[in-house]
Design a protein around this ligand. Structure first.
Ligand code: NAD
Length: 330
């Protein structure tokens, strides 16, 4: 199939080109992010390949469908960016990569936790300036802490296994309880209990209408003073305004985020020569106890390989009229 590939980065191209010789597909790599205007680039293709911040709401989907696109292959797990109702009406099939090294994301969540708890980001900069003082670098143990995990899917489970290794008590909230996690000693509880009993809260549920702003003014009132909040899932899970106010009051003691509500206009680009217009992220960057990474939790060699292989398999399955095992349905 001829596939138009949007939001291409060097690492995407390298990982897909490694696997392409095994498949009959032709890929046109475009750097442009997909939106209503750039969708025109998909002419003369039968499928498109899109990532997390590509716009797949009604208007771009209509442009894609009018150009004969039949398949949208998401090279990511989340699909909150797709208007599934519009896609169905336009007869566009959607496939995704449901699990690509969930450990990559879970390990990144722990990288955020360990960096914040041991202040290694500050130590790194100090030592480079020959400042070997330890003042202000006092951290806290992870061992023995209660960690609250919201969403025990593939990533949440990988996260719980790591937390178990650290000797943590693990509380979890999910709409489905997982037997493997229960036998690991994970205690399922209500959101209310999770908020009030956890010293660290890590978000691993998808962004849906039910989970949108699951961290809000009300839920933040319930958390322990000084709680650490980690979000490697989707920015929309957190109401940023309320989190900033909780940080100012010391209610949130540490914040580690790999995703951000307004990330579409910022992430995956080098904006170092531009004036930052987003007031909220600018404010977040001023806190000494906030660590932000730009949606890189997935970015390991292992995960990129898995993404490329599964995406190309998904496209082949569609072309060969086989069952679409990774189809996203309304
Ligand atoms: P998954 O589908 O395996 O697991 C999601 C879990 O969330 C499921 O157990 C589900 O039951 C649960 N859930 C759904 N609705 C819920 C609700 N209302 N309350 C509580 N739990 C709920 O997905 P996954 O592979 O573990 O990925 C989780 C999320 O991580 C994705 O949706 C995506 O947004 C995010 N993600 C981020 C990155 C990154 O690079 N930062 C990479 C991959 C995935």
């Amino acid at each position: 199939m001829r596939v138009a590939f949007f939001s291409t980065k060097k690492y995407d191209r390298e990982s897909f080109e490694k696997w392409l010789p095994n498949y009959p597909h032709q890929i046109s790599f475009f750097e442009a992010k997909l939106d209503q205007r750039s969708a025109i680039l998909a002419q003369d293709h039968e499928a498109i390949c899109a990532f997390v911040n590509d716009q797949l709401d009604k208007a771009p989907l209509e442009v894609l469908a009018s150009q004969g696109i039949k398949l949208i292959a998401l090279r990511c797990a989340g699909y909150n960016q797709v208007d599934l109702e519009a896609a169905k009406k336009l007869n566009l099939k959607i496939v995704r990569v449901p699990a690509y090294s969930p450990e990559a994301v879970a390990e990144h969540a722990f990288a955020l936790i360990l960096t914040l708890s041991r202040k290694t980001h500050k130590a790194y900069n100090r030592v480079r300036e020959s400042n070997f003082s330890l003042e202000g670098l006092t951290g806290c143990n992870i061992h023995g802490k209660t960690i609250g995990v919201i969403g025990t899917g593939a990533i949440g489970r990988a996260f719980c296994r790591i937390a178990k290794g650290f000797g943590c008590r693990i509380l979890a909230y999910d709409i489905f309880e997982n037997p493997e996690m229960k036998s690991l000693g994970v205690e399922y509880c209500s959101l209310h209990e999770l908020f009030s009993e956890s010293s660290i809260i890590s978000l691993h549920c998808p962004l849906t209408p039910e989970t949108h702003h699951i961290i809000n003014k009300k839920s933040l009132r319930r958390i322990q003073d000084g709680c650490m909040l980690i979000n490697t899932s989707r920015g929309g899970l957190i109401e940023t305004k309320s989190v900033i106010s909780a940080l100012k009051k010391g209610k949130i003691g540490f914040l580690g985020i790999d995703v951000y509500e307004q990330e579409e206009d910022l992430f995956f680009q080098n904006l170092s020569e531009q004036i930052l217009q987003d007031e909220q992220i600018a404010r977040l960057m001023t806190f000494p106890n906030v660590l932000i990474t730009g949606h890189q939790a997935f970015l390991t060699r292992e995960a990129l390989d898995q993404i490329a292989e599964t995406t190309l398999e998904n496209i082949s399955a569609f072309e060969e009229n086989k069952e679409l095992l990774n189809e996203v349905k309304l």
